[in-house]
Design a protein around this ligand. Structure first.
Ligand code: MN
Length: 167
C-alpha cells in the first residue's frame, strides 16, 4: 500500500465532511422560511362558532385590569374565516402580524389588510375582519371597554358579502 492509497479514504471522508455544511445550510434556509410564516403567539382556543365563520382561534394576551381598560388577544383566521358583523363601544385597534385579509365597515368597500398594517376601528361602527380566501390572517386585537362591554355581536358575514370583498 503506497501513501496515495492510504490517504484515499481520508480524502473521501474529508469530502463527506465538506458536503455537510452545504446540506446544513439548505436546512437552515428552510427553517428560516418556516419561521417567517409562524405566528408570534400560540394559536389559542377555537373562537365561538356563534361569533365567527370558519376556523378562527383566540389567544388572550392582556386581560382588563385596574390600569388597562381593554382586552388584548392574538386572533388567527384560517383562509376564508372571519368575524360576524359587530361593533365596539369604545373602538378597537388591530395590528396585523401575519398574512393578509380584510377589514370592512358597513356601507364601505372592504379594505385589504396585510402583515405590518394597523387598523383603528372607530366606536359604534359596524364592521368585520378576517382572512382572505387564500391566506391565513393573524392580528393582535386591542379592544376597549365601556362599562363591562367591549363588543356587540351581530349577524354572520354571508358568503355573498365575503365574496364581494374578494372581488
Ligand atoms: Mn372588531
Amino acid at each position: 500500500m503506497d501513501r496515495t492509497t492510504t490517504f484515499l479514504p481520508l480524502i473521501a471522508a474529508l469530502g463527506l465532511l465538506l458536503s455537510i455544511p452545504a446540506c446544513t445550510n439548505d436546512q437552515h434556509t428552510a427553517t428560516m422560511n418556516t419561521e417567517k410564516t409562524t405566528s408570534l403567539f400560540p394559536l389559542g382556543n377555537k373562537a365561538a362558532d356563534s361569533l365567527f365563520t370558519g376556523d378562527a382561534f383566540v389567544q388572550p394576551l392582556v386581560r382588563r385590569d385596574r390600569n388597562n381598560d381593554y382586552a388584548a388577544g392574538a386572533v388567527t383566521f384560517e383562509p376564508g374565516a372571519r368575524t360576524n358583523w359587530h361593533t365596539h363601544p369604545k373602538g378597537q385597534v388591530l395590528i396585523v402580524t401575519e398574512g393578509d385579509g380584510w377589514y370592512q365597515e358597513r356601507g364601505k368597500p372592504a379594505q385589504r389588510i396585510r402583515q405590518g398594517e394597523v387598523v383603528v376601528v372607530p366606536e359604534n361602527t359596524e364592521h368585520w375582519h378576517g382572512a382572505s380566501a387564500d391566506s391565513r390572517l393573524v392580528h393582535i386585537a386591542i379592544t376597549n371597554y365601556f362599562g363591562d362591554v367591549n363588543a356587540t355581536w351581530l349577524k354572520p358575514v354571508t358568503d355573498e358579502e365575503y365574496a364581494g370583498a374578494e372581488q
